[in-house]
Each structure stands twice: as C-alpha cells, then as structure tokens.
Design a protein around this ligand. Structure first.
Ligand code: PHE
Ligand code: ZN
Length: 860
C-alpha cells in the first residue's frame, strides 16, 4: 500500500509562496517524445512573508539546465520538486526541461491525443510541464513561444492574444514559430497549449463596449460540421453575462478546442478553453437533445469562468467552490433563462439527489469547502460543484435578487485580479447587505444533508408550521450546529387557490414555529418550493394531500415533487409488501399528462420515477436493507402499471408530440420529443416494440434513433437495429460511446456483468480513452440491479478494470471508485463481496495516490 507515504494537506497550514513573479516566458520545442520546455521567469522576494527555502514544484521532468542570473546552478531534488539557492533580491530564472507527451496517459500536463498536442493543468498539472510555483495564488503574465513545423503542427495556440506566427502552410518542413501573449496575470493552472492539425469554425462577437472578439472552435478535420451549435451557445453566453452580470470579455480572441482524450468535461483556460469533444461537438444526426442541452450549459460554464475563476481566482484549492459553486450557479441561471425555469430546476434537483446526496450521506462526505486532502483531483465533486451552487442560490434567496446583484458588483470590483477565499466572498455580502453571515458560513464547513421535519397546527384561524432540523454525523464530524435554511412556503385553500404567495421562512434554530394568522379555513401548505435548500424534507402527509398538490400546487417544482413523492410511496410500498402500484398516483399522473396547457418537457419529467439507486438510499435511510432485485421488480411493475393505466392517453401523447420539419435543438421541440419518447417507452411495454421499430426506421436524428433503440432493447428486441447502428456509426467515436453504453444500460440484471465483459473484448474498447472507459464501466456501475447482482460479478469486473487503468490514468480511476461508495447500504453478503474488491484494489503495489485516497475513504 502506498498510503503510508501519502501526505495530507490542511487548509489551516496555508502559507504564501514568498516570491512574486513579474512575468513568465515559455518556449516549447514540440516533439512527440522529447519536447523541450524553456522557462524564463523574473522572481522577486515578497519581503512581507517568510520566503525560505525557494521551492518549485516539478514532476516527471528531465532536468537539462537551470540558471539563476545567468549562472548554472544545481537544484536539490526534494519531494514533489526542487529547492534552489537564490539571492535575497530580484533574480532571473532560466530553466530547460524535457518531457514526453506521447507517454503521458494520465492526461495531465502536456499530452498527445490523436496526434494533437494538448495540455491540462488544473489542478496541479503545470508542474508536469516545467519547474514552477504551481499554486493558484501565484499569478503572472505569460508569453508563450511555440516552435515546430507546419507539417507537424499546422495550428498552434496558447492563452491570450496571438502576437505573431511564421507558420507558412506552403513551407511544410521549415521551422515555424507562433507567439501568444496573455496580458492578464493568471495562475499556472489556467495555462494551455494546443498544437496540431485543426480546423476552425470561426465567428465574431462585439462586446457591450464595442470591442470585436474573434471566436473560433477548433476541431479535427471531419468534425467541422459539428461546431455551429457550440458557437451559438458561446455567443449567447457572452451576451447573457453582459446583460445579467455586467461582465464583458477581455481579450481579442476566444478559442475553444475539442479533444477526444480528456478526463473531465471541459476546462476554462484563459482565452483557450479545452473541451472533451463530447461536450462541444454536436449535430442533429449524432447528438441527442440531452447532449445539446448539456453542451450549451458547459460552454456557458467555461465561458463564465472567465470572470468567476480567472479574473477572480482561488487562493488555494480548498477554495475550489469559490469558483465552481458560483460558476455552476451562473450556468444554471443561464439554462433557466434560455430554456424553462421549472424544468431546469427539476433537472438540477434530480442531479443533486442522484449524485450529491449519496456522497453527502456516505463515507466520502466532505464540506463544500474541504479542510484537508491528499489528492486535490479527488475533490472535484458533486458537493463542491452542485451543493456549492445550492449554497449560492440560498444566499440569493436570503438577501433577495437586487441585493445579490449589488453584492456581485462589489465582489468583481473589490477582488478583480485577486486569488480570493470564501471569507472574502462572504465579507462582500456582509459589507454590501449588512447581514451577519456567521451562521450561514456553516454551509461551507458542515457536511451532511440536513433533514427538516415539518409538523402542522391549525387553531383560531391561525395556521402554524413547526419546523425542526438535524443533520446526521459525517466522517470526522459528529456534532452538527443548526444551519440557516431558507424554506420557501406558499399556502393554498382547499379549492386549490393560492391564499399566500411564496414566502421565505428562515429556519435558524433547531426548532422553530412560524404562524400564519387570518385563515378562516385550514390552508394546505406547499413547503420547500423550488427546492429552496438542499435538504431532506420530512413531512408526513397522506396520499390524498399529495394528490391534491399534484393537481393544484401553483409552484411547478412542488407540483412535480408531489407526483414524485406519490411514486416514491407507491414503490416503497410495493418493495415492502409486493402491493400493486398506487391508484392515487396513477390517476393524478393521468390528469397532469392530459393537461395540454403544461409544457411537454415538464410533463415528460412527470412521467419519470425515482431511480433504483435513489430507492436503495431511501430504504437505507429508513433503516431497511435494500434488496436490488426487489427494487428492480417494483420499478418495472410501476412502469407496467403506468403503461396500463395510461393506455388511453399514451398514443395521443405520442402522436400529438411528433415534431415536424427541420430538426431544432431548442427547448420547445426537444420537450415534445422528450414527452413523445417517454410515452413510447411505456407503449413499447405492450406492443412488443412495434411502434419503436417504426420510429427507428424513420428516425433522422439521434434523439429519435436512440430513444427507439432503447425501447426495443427494453422490450427484448433490437438485435438487428443494434447491429445496423454499429455499421452506420462505426466512424464516429461519440456515437459509438452510446452504442457501448446502451447495451449495458438495457441488459437484464443477471447479464449486465457478462455483457460488459464481452464489450471490453471489442476491438473498439480502448481503456486509455476516458469517454470509452466511462461509456462501458460507468454504465455498469449505474445499472443498479446489474451492478449489485447477487453473484458479485460486476463488483469484481469493475475492480479488475480499475486496477488495470490506475497505472495509466489515476484521475479517472479514482473518480470511478465512487461506484462503491454506497456499499454499507447492502446486506452482509454483498458488503463482503464489495470489501473484498476494495481490499484487492488497495493491495496493489504502486497504487496511485488518487485511488489510494478514494478507496481508503470509502473502505473506512
Ligand atoms: N475547472 C473545470 C470546470 O469546472 C473542471 C476541470 C477540473 C477540468 C480539473 C479538468 C481538470 O469547468
Ligand atoms: Zn467549473
């Protein structure tokens, strides 16, 4: 085990670097296996802070030479870098190193992807490029010179503005030079370099002050017809940030590059965003509506980082949520504005409950601002991102939209150019609004999902809500202090009319009562409207009340939530007693689906039901041991019951929501397709896939094609279509990822592991490509009944592949270990099977720091 040597880093140990960098000049002599990097850096002591010894990070660098003020020096190699004797005065640093991009399978630092040079530096990848203080609080201006030939790398890009290029495409083999300069001081994690055979999809944008910006999306030849949608999303994002946050773009050019091998979704490098090709390339034939929506959100997210992340960055990695929580919040606002607000909110809550709640309630639970880590890559989590965004949303709810805007103006004003902290962020809000945020700050330091319990009272025309809060202990933190929880509440009368519009109750105590006088009849409360806080709401109400709210709630989120709770109750009942699905739910659902005044996208969400993973979590929560097979059976039974109960409305829904004319990924037609396809999936349960086969035959876009194929596979059909799909899309990696996933997602529980194992033998299964690895292993780990099938084959298979991938790509391996995070929910036999695999992973010699940390935390 290598954890004996793993070092834990603590927030409280923060110390500034001790030197200031005036500017950085980098020269890259590109070579696939032996790239030379020459750095020229001017350092001066930061006399206010202790600054000895002079330490620079560096990992896997071949030392060629180091000169201080022109004199060759020998560095002392220490853990993670070098120490060098330097003068007690400003000095010039010049170092040359050699690195091997082709051998870099970790995809961190400078690496090659399909013959193209590419970098990924967040969080600590720059140290794999050259010696440097690789920490976000060291900001400097960068000038980058790239040397190559036009035949080797026709296009070369870096951050900032292109200053000069000698690349002459007619002189393929003579040396060529490109120089980029970034006028904005930045930390090293925002550095980027890309070089290769790339084609641009270009456009222009004029900012609100009249500055013209050249926009380009760079892709490999063949992908140029998949850039138009991303470009539109970029321009919309630029306009939105001007209009809503008053933020303008600040360089002459903005470049986006698509790369096939990438560990994450995308990266906000200054002026040169690098995207996983799955998060930018889009066309109607190859991308689903869900892909389009996700691409739009990620383009916005990375663009918004230019202000929240780049202009104002993080002092240290513990402050990661300062940029990520805020930027996710901003991209969620953007999506709500571009599409439907309630639909976007429901989607965000589904993601939060699906990914963040299990994390917050299991062994990996950590605060939105962690206080220690071994490997920072393990903290790019749903908690930091999604719960971090919820915390911003709560702050906005508490201070109000106008005060929020004013505070943000002050934040940009006060901290532009800074590497800031959560304390700085909250201070801005305190100064701007006059509010004391001491208690609110607990959202950043207390992990765990608070549970809010509701009791109602009605007497003398006064309706009273008694709210209480508690949070279960989390690893390393047993005692939880009460948090500030904004609970949005509205009241309806028994006819379904709203008698009190939404109000924000501030729950700050362990127990608190809120009285609403003047109600001659007992009102019906709608609580936690819009999911105003990331909590579990415990409100013991009967099905009749839920059905009433499903029919009448004026808050669209809570209306959906009432349906969800009915579905949940019905499923829990079936799991426990084998009872048939609940009629109140099926009838209420039917009424909502027939209501043509409701947005199709919203109705499509209504047709959904809690996932099997969510049900397992609920059972665990109530002290039961989830049985994956029973959960699977109950979930299928509910679908069958819906198909039967809605038999009269489904064909109409399907027909009425067929979109005619040219494909558009806009919210309107996408919502219609979502509803039609949700109907199709239920229809296919009784027509043996007939309608789905017809749709597959006619489909001229991926949304329709994939939905039809899914229905066929669910109906135990589709072998011929699966084969023709493979032939049709063999040339397209991103579509082939879907082909791999699909077969696992729709496998029977007992076949999921063998199907997965068979697919790993396929010639196109390439473990080095994170998208392909996730398409296969991620699909298996998300197939609840398949992953937890009683023979334990899936546990062993996933562990085998994690062990194989770890030496090549620790970051992706470690992230996928979270599939095991819920192991304590299950029965002793499954627990034993999982811990055997976890221990087997941990016992591998030379296991990465990333995976060691993750598995140790999960195992605890
Ligand atoms: N900072 C990126 C984002 O949130 C995510 C990322 C982290 C990408 C680390 C690569 C590596 O957009
Ligand atoms: Zn981000």
């Amino acid at each position: 085990m290598s954890d004996a040597t793993a070092q834990t880093i603590y927030l409280e140990d923060y110390k500034p670097f001790g030197w200031i960098i005036d500017d950085v000049h980098l020269t890259f002599r590109l070579h696939p296996t032996a790239t030379r990097v020459i750095s020229r850096i001017r350092f001066r002591p930061d006399y206010d802070v202790h600054h000895r010894p002079f330490f620079l990070h560096g990992e896997g660098l071949k030392h060629i030479s180091i000169k201080v003020d022109g004199h060759e020096v020998e560095p002392t190699h220490v853990d993670g870098g070098i120490e060098v004797d330097v003068p007690e005065a400003p000095f010039n640093w010049e170092a040359e190193v050699e690195i091997n991009p082709e051998a870099n399978t970790a995809l961190e630092g400078l690496y090659m992807s399909n013959g193209m040079y590419c970098t990924q530096c967040e969080a600590e990848g720059f140290r794999k490029i050259t010696w440097y203080p690789d920490r976000p609080d060291v900001m400097a201006q960068f000038t980058v010179r790239i040397e190559s030939t036009a035949s080797h790398t026709p296009v070369m890009l870096s951050n900032g503005n292109g200053l000069y290029t000698s690349t002459d495409q007619t002189q393929k083999d003579t040396p060529s030079v490109t120089i980029y300069q970034d006028p904005w001081p930045k930390p090293a994690y925002l550095f980027a370099l890309v070089a290769g055979d790339l084609i641009a999809h270009e456009d222009k944008f004029t900012t609100m002050s009249g500055k013209e910006v050249n926009l380009a999306i760079w892709v490999r030849p063949g992908d140029e017809d998949k850039c138009a949608f991303g470009m539109e999303a970029l321009k919309k994002s630029m306009t939105w940030d001007e209009e809503v946050y008053g933020r303008e773009y600040d360089l002459d050019e903005f470049n986006i590059v698509a790369v096939d091998d990438f560990n994450m979704g995308a990266m906000e490098n200054k002026g040169l965003n690098v995207f996983n090709s799955s998060c930018v390339l889009a066309s109607p034939e190859t991308s689903t509506d869900a892909n389009f929506e996700r691409i739009e959100a990620i383009i916005a997210h990375e663009y918004f980082h230019n202000w929240t992340g780049n202009r104002i960055t993080c002092r240290d990695w513990f402050q990661l949520c300062l940029k990520e929580g805020l930027t996710v919040y901003r991209d969620q606002q953007f999506t709500a504005d571009m599409r439907s607000e309630p639909v976007a909110r429901i989607a965000n809550v589904l993601a939060l409950r699906g990914r963040q709640f299990p994390e917050d309630q299991g062994p990996l639970s950590h605060p939105v601002r962690p206080e220690s880590f071994q490997e920072i890559n393990n903290f790019y989590t749903a908690t930091v991102y999604e719960k971090g965004a919820e915390v911003i949303g709560m702050l906005r709810t508490l201070v109000g939209a106008d005060e929020y805007s004013k505070a943000l103006d002050l934040y940009f004003d006060r901290h532009d150019g800074d590497a800031a902290t959560i304390e700085d962020w909250l201070q801005v809000f305190e100064d701007s609004t006059g509010r004391d945020l001491t208690q609110f700050k607990r959202w950043y330091s207390q992990p765990g999902t608070p549970r809010v319990t509701v009791r109602e009272d009605y007497a003398d025309d006064t309706f009273t809500l008694h709210l209480s809060q508690s949070t279960a202990p989390t690893p390393g933190q047993d005692d939880k202090a009460p948090q500030v929880i904004p609970v949005n509440v509205g009241l309806l009368n028994p006819n379904g009319d709203e008698v009190m519009p939404t109000q924000t109750l501030e729950l700050t105590e362990t127990e608190q009562s809120f009285a609403f006088p003047g109600h001659a009849t007992r009102p019906v409360p709608s609580i936690l409207r819009g999911f105003s806080a990331p909590v579990i709401l415990d409100h013991d109400i009967d099905n009749a009340r839920r059905a009433f709210l499903l029919a009448h709630d004026t808050d669209p989120f809570n209306r959906w939530e009432s349906g969800r709770m009915l579905a949940r109750g019905s499923l829990m009942n079936s799991i426990a007693t084998g009872a048939a699905p609940d009629l109140a739910y099926l009838n209420g659902l039917g009424a909502v689906l027939r209501d043509d005044t409701l947005d199709p996208a919203y109705r499509a969400l209504m047709l959904g039901q809690p996932s099997q993973t969510e049900l397992a979590g609920l059972l665990h929560d109530t002290g039961d041991t989830p049985d994956p097979e029973a959960i699977h059976i109950a979930s299928e039974a509910l679908r069958d019951a819906k198909a039967a109960a809605l038999a009269d409305v489904l064909p109409d829904l399907y027909q009425a929501n067929q979109v005619k004319g040219a494909f558009s990924p806009e919210a309107g037609p996408a919502g219609q397709r979502a509803l039609a396809n949700a109907a199709l999936s239920l229809l296919s349960r009784s027509d043996a896939g007939k309608q789905a086969a017809a749709q597959y035959q006619q489909a001229d876009n991926m949304t329709q094609q994939l939905a039809a194929l899914s229905c066929l596979l669910d109906a135990g059909q589709g072998a011929a279509q699966l084969a023709s799909f493979q032939v049709q899309w063999a040339h397209d990696r991103l579509v082939m990822d879907k082909w791999f996933s699909l077969q696992i997602i729709h496998a029977n529980p007992q076949d999921a592991a063998t199907t997965t194992a068979r697919l790993t033998e396929h010639k196109d299964f390439d473990m080095k490509n994170p998208n392909r690895f996730r398409a296969v292993m991620g699909a298996l780990s998300m197939h609840h009944a398949g992953f937890h099938y009683r023979d334990g084959a899936a546990y062993a298979l996933l562990a085998d592949w994690l062990i194989r991938l770890d030496p090549l790509n620790p970051q992706t391996t470690a992230r996928m270990c979270s599939a095991f995070q819920t192991w304590k929910r299950y029965d002793p036999a499954r627990q034993e099977k999982i811990t055997t695999q976890l221990d087997r992973i941990l016992s591998q010699p030379n296991l990465s720091r990333d995976t060691t940390e993750m598995v140790s935390r999960i195992r605890d």
